[in-house]
Design a protein around this ligand. Structure first.
Ligand code: DAT
Ligand code: MG
Length: 155
């Protein structure tokens, strides 16, 4: 049986401006991922320095941060089997024009940094990023009547 994991997703300002929140949320719902946390977040300069620390020496760092602060973002924690890699698969590659058709970025966007969505890329990143944006009491453990179909016996 695969591991049940939690992963952190942010819907970026372009998703909010383009009214694509429902479309994106719907894709994760249809997959069977469980939404265990969700809220608006106004990202600060400090949060973005941490979140994009791996890009701090890039020429586009300042404009990336400015883009991410244009509006609030929608933060969520999704749970499911292999949720970290499964969500990344549904999101697609960083450059929407190189992403596979059928992914959120390929189907709905054309450019960086306006690629709609952030998703954690490893177990370590998911752990750090969930803690960066959510307090423990904002993450909910609850039963759904569909759990037995989605998370039941199987491989
Ligand atoms: P990902 O978001 O797929 O995890 P990343 O962590 O390498 O990709 O980069 C974070 C974000 O930075 C990415 O979603 C969009 C932006 N970005 C990456 N490369 C860029 C570039 N060459 N020019 C402008 N923005 C870029
Ligand atoms: Mg990344």
């Amino acid at each position: 049986m695969a591991d049940k994991q939690k992963t952190l997703v942010l819907l970026k300002p372009d998703a909010l401006q383009r009214d694509l929140l429902g479309e994106i949320v719907g894709r994760f719902e249809r997959k069977g991922l469980k939404f265990v946390a969700m809220k608006f977040i106004r990202l600060s300069d400090e949060m973005l320095d941490e979140h994009y620390a791996h890009l701090s020496d890039k020429p586009f760092f300042a404009s990336l941060k400015a883009f991410m602060m244009q509006t609030p973002v929608v933060g969520m924690v999704l749970e499911g089997y292999d949720a970290i890699s499964e969500v990344r698969k549904i999101v697609g590659s960083t450059n929407p024009r190189e992403a596979d058709a059928g992914t959120i970025r390929a189907d709905l966007s054309m450019n960086v940094p306006s690629n709609l969505i952030h998703a954690s890329d490893s177990v370590e990143a998911a752990d750090t990023e969930i803690k960066r944006f959510f307090r423990e009491e904002e993450i909910f453990d609850y039963e759904k009547i569909t759990d037995r179909y989605i998370f039941g016996e199987g491989i």
